[in-house]
Design a protein around this ligand. Structure first.
Ligand code: PLP
Length: 432
């Protein structure tokens, strides 16, 4: 073997003390990240359109984010929110609230997406005094017990953990392409009918504390809920005094070409769960609601030692300032359209691709064994994703059979990088 290669650290081979439980998309060893590239220990750069699953939305070692982190580390790392207030935490709460529609104006910081979901579920139960929760089939909301209890995107997240949280019910999600022949109106009609049936036969609507939904299912396959479905869901919640809980952990922060995915439908949820992009990689999540709702939840009803630490919040401020100064919502929309159009051109020449769908920079490329039956083809999706990595492009997969290649480009991706990614993906399709 080449001696220089022997000197290249292979962390996978050295990871004997690291858990084997964690699933990994890549068995590669990473050295560092710079801009939109992730570098392996051999020094090879990969165009990173995985972004730690929609987390490093401004890429790696972003100068403004790094500077904010460095400055805050030297000034104040703690204390926990229970000890008092600090400037970055208060300021980020105000900035996040400014991105949200009325009456949402109050932010509770936590550490992870799962924790934001836990908080939302607890809030819904305590604030309404009702026991039941409804979530959607195929949804992914996290790994903690409460979050896993509302998650059905894969049996592996649930098997062996029963009994999970009681009084959780599931309604079908309007995944138009997968379950309704691409007919969004039919998906809306059928899924609202199913929800109505659920509350007529299984759990009374007046016992339901909250309905939890990803406006675009992420892990479940990058399926957007039709806007009309979201409007009818909002009306259903209003009719029965149910809180509408939006899981914007993956869809939020301009991922869909809007600051919040729910904006597409014009509705306002009662609770918004935020994480991933919030601090470009530092652990930070949030739960945003009206002040009135958190007052109903009650003082001391929830808490967190690490949630909203000043360093993560300083990074969060840099993220929002950069998004504003660089017009990144508009960029996400424009680059998302270019990427979707390019992928649709590739689809026109490749029968294995059944669908290419946005919105924005939340793009799914669904592989099927047959375009008519839409039978999922996870093997081809996996082969194309692996080949793309060999060729220098990192993308992910999702969906019940892992049949969807998901694109999570950074929000500040350039037109040149969009073209480069399309070139590589085209080559991966030809040679996988
Ligand atoms: C929509 C959604 N909700 C919740 C979570 C859980 O977030 P975390 O892994 O930070 O706990 C995820 C993570 O992928 C997610 O995509």
């Amino acid at each position: 073997m080449d001696e220089t290669l022997e000197a290249i650290p292979d962390y996978a081979a050295q990871a004997t003390n690291l858990t084997p439980v964690l699933g990994r998309y890549f068995e590669r060893s990473w050295s560092h990240g710079q801009g939109h590239r992730l570098y392996d220990t051999a020094g090879r750069g990969y165009l990173d359109f995985a972004n730690s699953i929609a987390v490093t939305v401004l890429g790696h070692a972003h100068p403004r984010v790094s500077a904010a982190i460095h400055a805050q580390v030297d000034k104040l790392i703690g204390p926990t929110g229970a000890i008092g207030y600090s400037e970055p935490v208060v300021r980020l709460a105000s900035m996040v609230a400014d991105t949200l529609p009325d009456p949402i104006d109050t932010v509770f910081f936590l550490n992870s997406g799962s924790e934001a979901i836990e908080g939302a579920l607890k809030l819904a139960r305590r604030a309404t005094g009702r026991p039941a929760l409804i979530a959607f089939e195929g949804g992914f909301h996290g790994r903690t017990f409460g979050a896993a209890s509302v998650t059905t995107s894969s049996i592996n997240y649930r098997v062996g953990y029963e009994p999970l949280l009681p009084s959780v019910y599931f309604a079908p999600f309007p995944a138009a392409y997968r379950d309704f022949g691409g007919d969004a109106d039919e998906a809306t009609r059928a899924c609202i009918a199913a929800l109505t049936r659920l509350t007529a036969t299984t759990v009374p609507a007046t016992s339901v504390a909250g309905i939890l939904i990803e406006p675009v299912q992420g892990e479940g396959g990058y399926y957007p809920a039709p806007p009309e479905f979201m409007r009818r869901l909002r009306a259903f919640c209003d009719e029965f005094g149910i809180l509408l809980l939006a899981d914007e952990v993956q869809t939020g922060y301009a991922r869909t070409g809007r600051m919040w995915a729910f904006e597409e439908s014009g509705i306002v949820p009662d609770v918004v769960c935020i994480a991933k992009a919030l601090a470009n990689g530092l652990p930070l999540s949030a739960l945003a609601t009206s002040r009135e709702l958190q007052e109903r939840w009650g003082k001391g009803a929830h808490g967190s030692t690490y949630g909203g630490n000043p360093v993560a919040c300083a990074a969060g401020i840099a993220v929002l300032e950069t998004m504003r100064d660089e017009g990144l919502i508009e960029n996400a929309r424009a680059r998302g359209e270019e990427l979707t159009a390019g992928l649709r051109s590739l689809m026109a020449e490749d029968e294995r691709i059944g669908d290419v769908r946005g919105p924005g920079l939340m793009i799914g490329v669904e592989f099927v064994a047959d375009r008519d039956t839409r039978e999922p083809d996870g093997a081809t999706a996996a082969a194309v994703q692996a080949r793309a990595a060999e060729l220098g492009l990192l993308v992910l997969t999702c969906g019940p059979a892992h049949q969807v290649v998901r694109w999570v480009a950074p929000l500040d991706v350039s037109p040149a990088e969009v073209s480069e990614s399309l070139e590589i993906f085209g080559e991966a399709l030809r040679t996988a």
